[in-house]
Write a protein that binds this ligand. Structure first.
Ligand SMILES: Nc1ncnc2c1ncn2[C@@H]1O[C@H](COP(=O)(O)OP(=O)(O)O)[C@@H](O)[C@H]1O
Ligand SMILES: [Mg+2]
Length: 170
């Protein structure tokens, strides 16, 4: 039975289905769900930027920059270590607490969350090793915009390097 379950969450619809699957499994085994969210840097997907904006996470300095173009494009011009990273960090807190609430609503009882910053696949497998996970649950795709691929690069890399069984949710 799978009792130590790591799930990768990037706020995509598929990663929400991965949370559902992880919660179901944990309920059946009285297991622990470890949610890993790797901070989103650099070019931020439109949906997340909109979320950040709705939640009031973007200050007037950034909103000012959105006048002439899309927010995503403008954010690429921001200096590294400044607004983009700051938003990544604030979003990470928001998203991990959303994931936690989602799991609680699904009836999961034991939940740990991890915010990491690095290569998402490496970070997911690292946490899996650290908690001696017996299952990793991921969505087949995430926030990426490249169409037509069956697996995204994170799910593909985790499948290659995982120390344990993996469940890829569609
Ligand atoms: N930043 C991230 N943090 C945690 N998990 C992630 C992250 N990015 C992707 N994942 C996990 O990997 C799955 C597949 O996403 P990914 O391989 O990035 O596909 P895409 O290329 O469509 O974005 C997601 O559903 C999620 O479970
Ligand atoms: Mg992705």
């Amino acid at each position: 039975m799978y009792r130590r379950i790591v799930v990768g969450y990037d706020a995509s619809a598929q990663s929400e289905r991965a949370l559902d699957a992880a919660a179901e499994m944990a309920k059946a085994t009285d297991g622990v769900v470890h949610v890993v969210h790797n901070r989103l840097y650099g070019r931020m997907p439109e949906g997340l930027v909109r979320l950040a904006k709705d939640e009031g996470l973007l200050g007037p300095d950034i909103l000012e920059k959105t006048r002439s173009g899309t927010l995503v494009a403008d954010m690429e011009d921001l200096a590294p270590n400044q607004s983009s990273q700051r938003i990544g960090a604030v979003l990470a807190d928001l998203l991990t607490s959303r994931a936690q609430q989602h799991l609680e609503r699904c009836g999961a009882k034991h939940i740990e969350t991890y915010t990491v910053a690095g290569d998402p696949a490496e970070e997911i497998t690292r946490v899996a090793s650290e908690v001696a996970a017996d299952l990793i649950v991921l969505g087949s795709r995430g926030l990426g915009t490249v169409k037509g691929l069956m697996l995204g690069s994170v799910s593909q890399k985790v499948l290659h390097t995982s120390p344990c069984a993996c469940l890829v949710v569609k």
